[in-house]
Design a protein around this ligand. Structure first.
Ligand SMILES: Cc1cc2nc3c(=O)[nH]c(=O)nc-3n(C[C@H](O)[C@H](O)[C@H](O)COP(=O)(O)O)c2cc1C
Length: 212
């Protein structure tokens, strides 16, 4: 039997992407996101308009999409409720966000120079995609003010042990992406870590939360 609960969140489960972008002062910003889908050598990214990353992508027209493995969940969660925007929007303050100019440092992640774009890669991420912004589309509705970015992958860097030897393919048995499902973190089908985002969004989940 189906019911009609009027579900409030539609995050059914998508890979987490750490987007690195360049701030106006030349430093790097880093933001977790998961509203991404892929077609050929392109991706569409859904990003809220109040974030620093959206401003950076509109201005710089480039970014790096870094895909963390599920083992990197702790680093991702550490920057979950941070923004690179100094004037934190009121709505984000209410959710517990704070301004953080050094997200790489807070996450314990390492900047690695890119080859084709100015934003750095995340050295620890097994898959890093250098991208240019092809187009930016307004994406707005009653509960969302966002931008849909079409990006083109210019160069893909992949950890050697994930590549099927002698091919241009990633081995799906070796690649274990960090998945965000209804604001909770999953890897290999299991819940792998408590989620600050779920706390900030006041999710009514029964998952065990550890104190930090
Ligand atoms: C796992 C995870 C997934 C997220 N997915 C998205 C997303 O798809 N789109 C989005 O706009 N924000 C998403 N967020 C929230 C952003 O990280 C948040 O808006 C943050 O302020 C962006 O950083 P920035 O302001 O420095 O750009 C996600 C956060 C987490 C922790």
């Amino acid at each position: 039997m189906h019911v009609v609960p009027g579900i409030k969140v539609l995050y059914f489960g998508t890979p987490v992407v750490l987007i690195s972008s360049r701030n106006p002062n030349g430093t790097a910003n880093l933001a977790p996101m998961s509203s991404a889908w892929w077609l050929g050598q392109f991706a569409m990214l859904g990003l809220g308009n109040s974030g620093q990353t959206t401003a950076n992508l509109l201005r710089e027209r480039e970014c790096v999409l870094n895909l963390p493995s599920s083992a990197m969940v702790d680093a991702v969660d550490r920057i979950a409720l941070t923004t690179g925007r100094a004037d934190v929007p009121e709505g984000k303050v209410r959710q517990g966000y704070r301004y953080e100019p050094d997200k790489f440092g807070v996450a314990g992640l390492t900047q690695q120079a890119s080859e084709l774009v100015r934003a750095p890669r995340v050295a620890e991420c097994p898959i890093q995609l250098e991208c240019r912004i092809v187009a930016a589309h307004p994406f707005a509705g009653a509960s969302v003010q966002a931008t849909a970015f079409q990006v083109e992958v210019l160069r893909a860097h992949v950890e050697e042990e994930l590549v099927i030897p002698g091919t241009s393919y990633v081995d799906p048995l070796r690649w274990d992406p960090l998945i965000m499902k209804f604001c909770e973190f999953f890897g290999g089908g299991s819940n792998v870590h408590p989620s600050r985002l779920a706390e900030g969004w006041d999710m009514p989940h029964q998952l065990q939360r550890t104190s930090r």
